[in-house]
Design a protein around this ligand. Structure first.
Ligand code: KG4
Ligand code: ZN
Length: 352
């Protein structure tokens, strides 16, 4: 991985417009992210139409900035990579169309990358030593919660995933129940750090004894009832007796801390199960927005040590959606000759 090979990555799967230049699959020369949080905040979630229009407006200036920051011009690039799945279809289409236009006009390879797989690559950025395979992978984000086995950067098998909400989505909904503004995940994490995590006993979803799947709908409902009380049905309508405005700051911090304990414990339960089953794993690759979570980051090193794994936890700037992870993973696709052509499609679902 020492030879210079510059890949421009594009990311537009949800509400971040991002472009990055990565050299040789590891050295991040630039990493530009234009967040749309401000556009979606008043709706309490991402509005797909607004997101795709904002990508159209922002992508060209974001690409320009990524080139300037990297100190390169378009003709220096060796390939163009794009996150082409999964995500909001209208949003993905913007990145895919731009990537095709760039690759075609520069006459360089086009590489489509699975966004969820790319999250697993985030911990390999800005490192000279690649992780050893086989590896166990954990993606915890706003749209995905899944465990993988990786035999290489290109051979990735999903072992389990969420049956309902993703963990980040549960964080955002829990934060809304506690009256925190969108996007609430990081705010709930901060609030939790001042609370008693044993104040409430929220359910940790286990599912079947062998399951590596996740479920976050139960804990969200448990929090809802703890905050608003048991709903009463009067005149055909269901009403809660109270809401978050009745809580003290102290109550909110305890609820947040207890939610965080259950949400993160569920991840560790499944990671341990997976590790008991895949004894040959040598590394643990973690990625996605929730890998910025303070409790997860604090507890992962001990788990990795107990199982003799090389832990690859991304730098905070690489946890959220970004294009450096797309360009980084694309390097290995290019190396393997897994190049796409102009028939590359934007797809709403992830690779299995
Ligand atoms: O990876 P990402 O940027 O987007 C997706 O691919 O989904 O993840 C965003 C998610 C949001 O749900 C956000 O609330 C959550 O990651 N998140 C956190 C934290 N930071 C971001 N959740 C819990 N604790 C955090 N510190
Ligand atoms: Zn993501």
């Amino acid at each position: 991985m020492s030879r210079r090979l510059l890949i421009l990555g594009l990311e537009s799967s949800c509400d971040e417009t991002a472009a990055a230049v990565v050299d040789a699959g590891a050295r991040v020369r630039s990493n530009v992210i234009a967040s749309q949080d401000d556009l979606h905040a008043e709706f309490g979630g991402v509005v797909p139409e607004i997101a795709s229009r904002a990508h159209v407006e922002r992508l060209t200036p974001v690409v320009r900035r990524a080139l300037v920051d990297a100190g390169v011009v378009l003709t220096d690039l060796d390939a163009i990579a794009v996150g082409h799945r999964p995500g909001l279809i209208g949003s993905l289409l913007v990145g895919v169309a731009a990537a095709k236009a760039l690759a075609w006009s520069l006459d360089i390879p086009l590489l489509g990358v699975d966004h969820v797989h790319a999250h697993l690559y985030a911990g390999a950025l800005d490192r000279v030593d690649p992780p050893a395979f086989p590896a166990l992978g954990l993606v915890v984000s706003g749209g995905h919660t899944a465990i993988y086995r990786l035999d290489s950067w290109l051979v990735i098998t999903r072992l389990g995933s969420t049956l309902d909400d993703a963990v980040g989505e549960a964080y955002d909904k829990a934060a809304a129940i506690l009256g925190l503004p969108y996007p609430g995940g990081p705010r709930l994490d901060t609030l939790a750090q001042g609370g008693d995590d044993r104040a409430h006993d929220f359910p940790v979803s286990r599912l079947g004894p062998d399951s590596l799947d996740f479920s976050y709908s139960g804990i969200k409902t448990a929090l809802l009832y703890a905050v608003r009380g048991t709903p009463v049905r009067t005149a055909g309508a269901t009403r809660f007796p109270r809401d978050h405005t009745h809580l003290t700051d102290h109550d909110k911090a305890d609820l947040a801390a207890s939610f965080q304990r259950a949400a993160i414990d569920a991840i560790f339960l499944k990671l341990r199960r997976a590790l008991e089953r895949t004894e040959d794993c040598r590394s643990l690759l973690v990625g996605g927005g929730v890998s910025a979570n303070s409790r997860l980051r604090r507890e992962l090193p001990a788990l990795a040590e107990a199982y003799g794994l090389d832990l690859r936890l991304p730098a905070l700037r690489h946890c959220m959606d970004n294009a450096a992870m797309i360009a980084g993973l694309a390097h290995h696709r290019l190396d393997a000759g897994a190049v796409d052509d102009l028939s590359l499609q934007a797809m709403p679902t992830t690779a299995r």
